[in-house]
Design a protein around this ligand. Structure first.
Ligand SMILES: [Zn+2]
Length: 127
């Protein structure tokens, strides 16, 4: 009888692991869609910036304040994109060091390159 119990235990274990993998996969897919949307947004901002600069120069306008606004917006979009890419890396098992950007194994606490503390798993997963 214990053979059968073992079988069920194993089956349960496998299905749990598979379920976790699937939800990670869905999470990564969602993040990838978000990342590509952000990339499109960033490209659009660059384009807007370009045509705004063109129009300003064409109109011989002195004001350049609007350029700084664009730079701020693009910077914050890039920041958002970087955070998403780091999360994708983490979910795929690539544990990126926040300091030196080295790739570490998933379950290590400290960076193998610079020794910095890596993000605890719960913290990253909870975001
Ligand atoms: Zn490091």
């Amino acid at each position: 009888m214990s053979g059968l119990d073992d079988f069920f235990d194993k089956a349960k274990e496998v299905s749990q692991t598979a379920g976790r993998k699937t939800s990670e996969y869905i999470e990564v897919s969602k993040l990838k869609i978000k990342a590509s949307q952000l990339q499109t947004k960033i490209r659009q901002k660059y384009e807007d910036l370009g045509s705004s600069v063109y129009n300003a120069v064409k109109a011989k306008s002195e004001g350049t304040e609007f350029i700084l606004d664009y730079v701020d917006e693009i910077n914050s979009l890039k920041h958002e994109l970087r955070a998403i890419n780091e999360k994708i890396d983490f979910l795929l098992g690539r544990n990126i060091c926040p300091l030196c950007k080295s790739v570490n194994k998933k379950n290590v606490k400290f960076c193998s390159n610079c020794g910095a503390e890596l993000n605890p798993q719960d913290e990253v997963m909870g975001v």
